[in-house]
Design a protein. Structure first.
Length: 593
């Protein structure tokens, strides 16, 4: 019986890992059903993604990603890709056959984020089978369920592109662990190409993957086919992806997406790597020098040809950086946060890093194998990224899973083979708790948190109420459809997604002028607000008192327009619009002249 079970786990690993994905998906849909029912797209990007899909299904050009309900009539430039739109649109069209469009969108937003989780599970299972044991993949999936920071990106309603990029990242690791050169090079090259076509967030990881593939060839001349296939897959994938998915706006020489700037870098890098592989010098020193020369040449050419891209890719103005981008919390390094926040994010990556180093050492000692080295380098890099930006947490957690599984595969059997029953049971249980990172939940009890102040509770309540579907839908009864509404930057995407109204701005750097206009209008004088509202053809002002963004207006500009409005000083050019008594909003008609 045990032998048959082992054979089944080995022979049909992909089938059973995908079955596990089905069960996990069903659980999360059940658990998060209230979010699906209330269409709780909590992030501004999730709302904008739905608007992008909706516009395409309503006839907007495949290559036109302008959001025309932001700052009409010219619209808002969205620099994303259509790749992530495809599964969402497909699900909407499928569910439309059985229900209303609104329910089709709800169900699509609930299911679409879980699709890339199947790629994560399959890639993780493959990696573990390659590096640890053909029977270890169920343990890796079980440990994955403890990666709460990483799994948040795959929860229902989280339809933005980060989950697909994490899936591509796990595929990259699977490619690095693969011992078949052609398949390995293709997986790494194509996964990086897809990720870059989606967005540039994973560019550092893709660069590291390319460096590892190159160093592997430098060390072992026989690894040449991996490098050749990787070079062709990366360059070809980026080229085909650009032709198929790049929006019209991304044909400009911008630095924040796969525009001609980064496309040219990928094409040149792929060409140079292929030439190096074709040359394939016999001496390791020559291969290392040639690779270094190629890398330096690409860097110098990039600096000479695209000097505008040497700074931050957003190319934001100093004012926009000061007022908005520099205040993004997730862009801060992990050590800037209190220990209570560091533990849930960093414990699993730290344990995984230990596991990868232990597994690498044991693998080398027993078999003189370097199979673990590429993955170890990649995981080390991913964890180092946490010291740059804490937003690297989800990637660091998922990439730590092979190391965690290896550590469990080594430690737990040791306890289970002890003669003492207490040691076997207690020791194995404690080992699992420690290795999985579950102990962090226990440790957090040692870091008591003061109950939130009344001010914090007020802000949290306003944030929740002003983005909730019932309150937003009420606005359609009191403000005519198609009205351009002057409201907060962070409320704009949610407003246009759930109502028939238009907005001025959303938190997207390519439209920094509109973001600055909204901030300057709320923080300046009433006359300045009126001039800016006239400039954007806004005829209604909509505010959510005590929302996070409004507290910033009051703190930064006491006595400014919004601060006066909050104190009940309503200018003569504003006429209150009567809303339901329990509405969290205040609305005014704007007399522009």
């Amino acid at each position: 019986m045990q032998v048959e079970l082992r054979r089944e786990v080995d022979r049909h690993w992909l089938r059973w890992s995908l079955f596990a994905w089905v069960l996990i998906t069903a659980f999360y849909i059940w658990q998060r059903w209230p979010y699906i029912y209330w269409f709780a797209l909590g992030d501004t990007d999730d709302n904008m993604r739905m608007m992008q899909v909706r516009a395409w299904l309503n006839g907007q050009s495949w290559y036109d990603l302008t959001q025309y309900r932001m700052d009409p009539p010219n619209g808002f430039n969205i620099h994303w890709s259509r790749i992530v739109d495809l599964p969402i649109a497909g699900l909407i069209l499928f569910f439309r056959m059985f229900t209303t469009n609104f329910w089709a969108e709800r169900l699509a937003a609930g299911i679409a984020p879980l699709i890339p989780l199947s790629v994560v599970i399959a890639a993780l299972s493959f990696t573990v089978r390659q590096l640890i044991s053909r029977y270890a993949w169920p343990i890796a999936i079980a440990f994955m369920l403890g990666c709460t920071v990483g799994l948040v990106m795959f929860m229902p309603e989280r339809i933005d592109h980060h989950n697909w990029q994490l899936a591509m990242l796990m595929l990259t690791v699977a490619g690095l662990a693969d011992n078949r050169q052609i398949r390995s090079g293709m997986i790494i090259g194509l996964s990086c190409a897809v990720s870059l076509n989606i967005g540039l967030e994973m560019l550092p990881y893709c660069a590291m993957a390319g460096a590892i593939v190159t160093l592997r060839w430098v060390w072992d001349r026989g690894d040449v086919m991996r490098l050749k296939v990787y070079a062709l897959s990366l360059a070809g994938g980026c080229g085909i992806g650009f032709a198929a998915f790049a929006s019209n706006a991304n044909h400009a020489m911008r630095c924040d997406a796969l525009t001609p700037v980064w496309l040219s870098v990928m094409l040149v890098a792929g060409a140079l790597l292929y030439v190096l592989a074709w040359w394939n010098p016999t001496t390791r020193t020559v291969r290392l020098i040639a690779s270094a020369v190629a890398g330096v040449a690409i860097g110098i050419a990039f600096a000479k040809v695209f000097p505008q891209c040497l700074g931050r890719p957003e190319q934001a103005s100093p004012e926009l950086m000061r007022i908005w981008l520099d205040n993004v919390r997730e862009a801060k390094p992990i050590y800037k946060f209190p220990l209570r926040n560091i533990l849930p994010i960093g414990a699993i990556p730290a344990i995984g890093l230990i596991g990868t180093y232990v597994a690498t050492w044991i693998d080398w000692k027993r078999r003189r194998s370097l199979a673990w080295v590429p993955v170890t380098l990649f995981v080390t890099f991913a964890i180092a990224m946490l010291f740059w930006q804490v937003r690297a947490g989800p990637a660091a957690q998922l990439l730590a899973l092979p190391g965690i599984t290896a550590l469990a595969w080594i430690v737990v059997p040791w306890f289970l083979t002890r003669s003492s029953a207490v040691v076997r049971v207690v020791g194995a249980a404690v080992a699992v708790i420690v290795i999985s990172g579950s102990f962090t939940g226990m440790l957090l009890h040692w870091f008591p948190v003061d109950p939130p102040s009344k001010r914090v509770r007020t802000i949290d309540r306003a944030n929740a109420r002003c983005t909730s579907l019932p309150y937003l839908l009420q606005l359609n009864r009191y403000i005519p459809a198609g009205t351009t509404v002057f409201t907060h930057v962070d409320l704009g995407p949610r407003l246009i997604d759930t109502t028939d109204l238009n907005a001025i701005a959303g938190p997207y750097h390519r439209n920094g002028h509109a973001i600055l206009d909204v901030h300057f209008a709320f923080m300046g004088s009433p006359d300045r607000f009126r001039r800016i509202a006239r400039l954007h053809h806004a005829t209604v002002l909509l505010v959510c008192p005590n929302m996070s963004e409004t507290t910033n207006y009051r703190a930064r500009a006491p006595g400014g327009f919004y601060d006066q409005l909050a104190h009940g000083k309503v200018p003569k050019f504003l006429t209150p619009i009567k809303l339901p008594k329990k509405s969290p909003f205040r609305a005014f008609r704007i007399k522009l002249r």
